[in-house]
Design a protein around this ligand. Structure first.
Ligand SMILES: [Zn+2]
Length: 354
């Protein structure tokens, strides 16, 4: 049974002035998922607050103290991009707690898959700093919760158009949590080079593919087929978490990619099929960015369709011609891992038939 988090408390996080990270984003996803009968295809899981113990696994005590003093009941900014309002503290604590609970329920077998429609987003929040609209790193809290619940290894796949520098930072030197990101590069926040592969104790468990602006469905599918699927198959996680941002959508106002709804479907289908093959189907997606309402609604609906479907077969490796810069990016990631002695066993040359 798929579990889902969909709660109006996440609408209470409101910018003091016009801001792209706005409540209408979650409303658009909620309305689309309800129209797609998520209530008939899964079970609603009430959001609960994150515990101090869960937060302490991924955030520094001084940072948590700073947030607890500055944010509750107030309005202001933590950096040039990251606002808070009187509803923010409750929303942020429930966003992290709800996502964590889905991961725990999936690890326990109470749920098979999960979809967490929350805000504020989390993947830019580092161990000790809020940034990029993010206060608490929801997906990192969930990964650490799954580890505490018995998962030997957890993988986080981040297809938000921005590099999830916070998640990378938190698990940089942790060999039990693999972080894989495909993002527009170079772009905000500036991290995510192919040579960023993890710390001395965790070489190869950070995987970055930075695609050029203008990349679309074919390039994203190629990243999954040539890099992410082989890397995840080698890593053998017990749970796959997805930082599901939809700002690589073709009409997103903050970025320059060309992914369509069907491109998000292709990524979600690959991960669902891979999860069935390597980790008992255990997969949980959490909303990150995405600033075009149609991209958000259509994208998350495709994730629901992929996650709620019975075990699919991995699609054949995409052999469509790739943009040469995208192809070079994929080859650059494979080369960086090979050079560090932690090769990703890619199955064929990107852009050619296997
Ligand atoms: Zn983003």
């Amino acid at each position: 049974m798929l579990g889902f988090v969909l709660d109006d408390v996440f609408l209470g996080h409101r910018a003091p002035s016009g801001h792209p990270e706005r409540p209408a984003r979650a409303e658009a996803v909620r309305d689309a998922l309800l129209a797609a009968d998520i209530a008939g295809r899964g079970r609603h899981i009430a959001a609960r607050a994150v515990t101090d113990e869960e937060l302490a696994r991924v955030h520094a005590p001084a940072y948590l103290d700073e947030l607890a003093k500055a944010v509750p009941g107030r309005t202001g900014w933590l950096d040039a991009d990251t606002y808070f309002s009187p509803g923010t503290w409750e929303a942020a604590r429930l966003a992290a707690g709800a996502t964590s609970q889905l991961a725990i329920d999936v690890m326990d077998g109470a749920l098979s898959q999960g979809i967490s429609v929350v805000r504020p987003p989390g993947h830019h929040a580092t161990r000790d700093r809020a940034m990029g609209f993010c206060l608490l790193n929801n997906v990192a809290v969930a990964a650490a919760a799954a580890r505490a619940r018995g998962a030997a290894r957890v993988a986080i796949v981040d297809w938000d158009v921005h590099h999830g520098n916070g998640t990378q930072d938190i698990f940089w030197d942790d060999p039990t949590v693999m972080y894989l990101s495909v993002h527009q590069y170079p772009y905000y926040p500036g991290t995510g080079a192919p040579t960023e592969i993890g710390g001395p104790n965790a070489k190869g468990t950070t995987v970055n593919v930075g695609l050029p602006g203008g990349s679309g469905d074919v390039e994203y599918a190629a990243v999954f087929d040539h890099v992410f699927v082989p890397a995840l198959t080698k890593f053998q996680p017990d749970l796959i978490l997805v930082s599901a941002g939809f700002d690589a959508f073709q009409h997103d106002p903050l970025a320059g990619m060309r992914v369509t709804h069907e491109g998000f479907a292709a990524m979600a289908q690959r991960l669902r099929a891979l999860a069935d093959r390597i980790c008992g189907g255990r997969i949980v997606a959490v909303l990150e960015g995405g600033y075009d309402l149609d991209g958000l609604a259509g994208g998350m609906t495709r994730v629901l369709s992929a996650f709620a479907a019975p075990g699919a077969i991995l699609p054949a490796v995409a052999a469509m011609p790739l943009h040469p810069v995208a192809r070079a990016a994929i080859e650059g990631t494979l080369a960086a891992h090979a050079a560090a002695g932690v090769p990703i066993p890619s199955i064929s040359t990107p852009g050619q038939a296997p």
